[in-house]
Design a protein around this ligand. Structure first.
Ligand code: ADP
Ligand code: MG
Length: 698
């Protein structure tokens, strides 16, 4: 047995220095181990030959044995094509090429046997196959006549003549060299418990399966392993941290909480609100630091939950602070909290960049002497030298504007780490949350307060603005306010600005009778806030904005959200924007205005929006449509998950299984010291070396 990680790829037959270089540069394949773990992206069942009469357009890839009797060229320019008449002894099939025609004419012979391989379709009204693979029957070895692996290659590789077939040759010669059983990475007891395929068999079958079932079992084993080790890393870090980080013990629920709950709470809490408050209280009295993510759709009542958790901190002699991403939101929290708390003897103060001089000094003193119980601020302010007397709880609202590093800086605010609650309205599918925020416990508010009217979402095209404008007049006439939102143009900030400003001018012409505010990313924060404030106070009826309004603004009187160029927004962004309306008692509307030409995917996206208001459903759909790489949170978390096979979007159940299994293993043997678990420990150490980013998770 040899160490495959040490064995360079050019020790395989057929791989000379040039090819080795290409493999390394293009696919990162340096060693036998790398090649072994370069999995095919698909397999095609080549165990059966079809007759042309059997073919239908519903079929996936099929293969047919036959001969070309003649070729014929037709068309000009982009329509230029070569059609071959392929005969299987019974019937003809059209075979068409649109490029590479010269090569085909040179290399493909008439009246010679070929195994044609492709997907049947209809072209020019006739059954045909476009751009098939062609093999000479004698070159098809037995293994190739079964489930054939297809490997990804790059353009550069293709140019150098290195195709999927070349990789197939490399892996098949690799397996002929691997005459021993490859060492197992998972303990035997897990393999038995979960009915997993042993690693050696799984690796071989992932490349060269004999049946589709065997391939599925092999993939499942390998995906599980990837996800399991990620969970094992995350969980072992998180558990260590939990043990090490002593937290303040908030044993009591006292006067402040109880008085508020019994005397001032203006409406009954939803069951979901009660549950998450209980979950947080359990954390805070455990003696360990709380590190929790609270997810709840827009309007689900997170602010109230935040306030009640802060009251628990106050009941235990501590101060609490909440950070908002913008000054407007911070001010809104101040008003909300003061309204909720009425005449309770709890001092709530606001600290933002615009608060200076004496006022600021007074607040800083109040924080140091402990007379301020709750501080509301923007993150910029709180990161500064603000000193607390006894900070026990930090809440971060709308967390996706905060990086991991910013979060970490909070630890230093207090000798004993304060409890941390991160709140977000950007729903993250559970499977992703378990991985990206694997170190945070997750609480979910999955219920809206009663009596909300769901926002009605309508998709229209941009060719008939009159109707839209009439609707706007109607709503404003009824005393409501309206948002007009435009996408950011990534390529050009200037263009962006032009869009909004043009539209501002245009809408002023359309609606001379109304006052209009405008906000965009190029404004100074103070200017932006002033414009926003005009809309919040009702001084202006229309707000024209880029996506800067996405986060958290609460204007219950606004009943219409018009999203221009809706096709350019992602699902979660659309959902966030829609969350700005539907906050009052009136029926609200979200109008998605799009271009007429839409791709199938975009159409689907807009359709989902009109079908559901459920943020989690939308997040799941988003994950499926786009894959996790694009989702907010994945990049920001700074974690490069090196997933070769598993997909956080599609393999949700496996993520759960991996997480449960990791918990099971660590419960029984936290240090991974006994028996077979030593395998896990060794492999973890390897992985931690390989992925230095993983240490950031803690
Ligand atoms: P978000 O989760 O988006 O931050 P908010 O906390 O702003 O939502 O709550 C939205 C609105 O719902 C607020 O006006 C709040 O007062 C109200 N609200 C919160 N909880 C309840 C409840 N249990 N019953 C009725 N209304 C509630
Ligand atoms: Mg909120």
């Amino acid at each position: 047995m040899e160490d495959l990680q040490q064995k360079a790829i050019n020790y395989l037959p057929g791989i000379g220095p040039a090819r080795a270089k290409m493999l390394e540069a293009e696919l990162g394949i340096k060693t036998w181990h790398d090649l072994l773990y370069t999995f095919p992206y698909k397999h095609i069942d080549r165990s059966r030959l079809y007759k042309i009469r059997e073919l239908t357009t519903e079929m996936p890839f099929v293969q047919v044995l036959g001969q070309f009797l003649s070729f014929e060229e037709a068309g000009q320019g982009r329509k230029h094509r070569l059609t071959g008449h392929f005969w299987d002894g019974e019937m003809f099939l059209d075979v068409t090429w649109f490029h590479g025609i010269k090569y085909i004419k040179q290399s493909v012979k008439t009246r010679k046997d070929y195994i044609l391989f492709g997907r049947p379709g209809v072209y020019g009204g006739r059954l045909s196959v476009i751009h098939p693979d062609l093999d000479k029957p004698e070159s098809m070895t037995l293994s190739k006549m079964s489930m054939q692996p297809y490997y990804s290659t790059t353009e550069r590789m293709k140019k150098a003549g290195m195709t999927s077939r070349s990789l197939e040759n490399f892996t098949s010669s690799l397996f002929t060299k691997l005459t021993w059983t490859l060492p197992e990475t998972l303990p035997q007891y897990l393999i038995e418990r979960l009915h997993l395929m042993p690693l050696d068999k799984a690796l071989r079958a992932a490349h060269y399966p004999t049946t589709a079932d065997e391939l599925a079992a092999a993939n499942m084993r390998l995906k599980f392993e990837e996800l399991f080790f990620i969970q094992l890393v995350i969980m072992s870090y998180a558990r260590k941290r939990q043990q090490e980080r002593v937290g303040r013990r908030f044993a009591r629920v006292g006067n402040a909480f109880n008085t508020f709950y019994h005397k001032y709470l203006p409406f009954p809490l939803t069951e979901a609100q009660k549950r998450v408050i209980r979950e947080m209280h359990a954390d805070m009295k455990s003696g360990h630091q709380m590190n929790r993510l609270l997810q709840g759709d827009v309007g689900s009542g997170k602010t109230l939950v935040a306030l009640m958790v802060m009251l628990i901190a106050i009941d235990n002699g501590c101060q609490a602070c909440i950070m908002a991403p913008t000054e407007i939101l911070a001010e809104q929290h101040l008003q909300t909290f003061r309204n909720f708390l009425k005449d309770m003897p709890i001092r709530v103060e606001l600290l933002t960049g615009t608060i200076k001089g004496k006022k600021r000094t007074a607040i800083e003193e109040g924080l140091q002497d402990g007379s301020i119980h709750i501080l509301i601020g923007t993150h910029a302010v709180i990161e500064d030298n603000v000193q607390f007397n006894n900070l026990g709880l930090v809440i971060i609202d709308e967390q996706h504007r905060f990086g991991v590093a910013q979060r970490a800086r909070l630890w230093q605010k207090s000798e004993v780490c304060p409890h941390v609650l991160v709140m977000t309205a950007t729903p993250i599918p559970r499977t992703l949350a378990m991985t990206v925020y694997g170190d945070l416990d997750v609480s979910i508010i999955d219920e809206l307060p009663p009596g909300r009217k769901p926002v009605r979402t309508i998709h229209i095209y941009d060719n008939q603005p009159e109707q839209l404008y009439q609707g706007v007049v109607r709503e404003i006439g009824a005393g409501h306010q309206v948002y007009f939102v435009f996408p950011l143009v990534k390529e050009s900030e200037k263009l962006d600005l032009k869009n909004v400003q043009d539209e501002f001018v245009h809408l002023k012409e359309v609606f001379p009778q109304y006052k209009i505010s405008m906000v965009h990313g190029k404004m100074k924060p103070s200017e932006k806030d002033a414009e926003m404030q005009k809309f919040v106070s009702g001084e202006t009826q229309i707000l024209v904005a880029t996506t800067v309004i996405e986060v958290g603004v609460n204007v219950p009187n606004a009943s219409v959200m018009i999203i221009q160029n809706a096709e350019r927004f992602g699902l979660s962004q659309l959902h966030q924007l829609r969350g700005r309306v539907g906050r009052g008692a009136e029926q609200s509307y979200c109008i998605l205005v799009s271009n007429f030409k839409l791709s199938a995917e975009t159409r689907k996206r807009l359709h989902i929006m009109t079908e559901t208001n459920d943020g989690f459903e939308i997040a799941e759909a988003d994950l499926k449509l786009r894959g996790p790489g694009d989702l907010e949170g994945t990049q920001q978390s700074g974690i490069a998950f090196n997933l070769r096979l598993a997909n956080l979007g599609r393999d949700g159940q496996l993520v759960q299984l991996a997480r449960d299994t990791a918990a099971y293993v660590l419960d029984a043997d936290p240090e991974l010291q006994t028996g077979d678990n030593i395998l896990l420990r060794r492999h973890l150490q390897e992985l931690k070396k390989e992925h230095r980013d993983w240490s950031q998770i803690s």
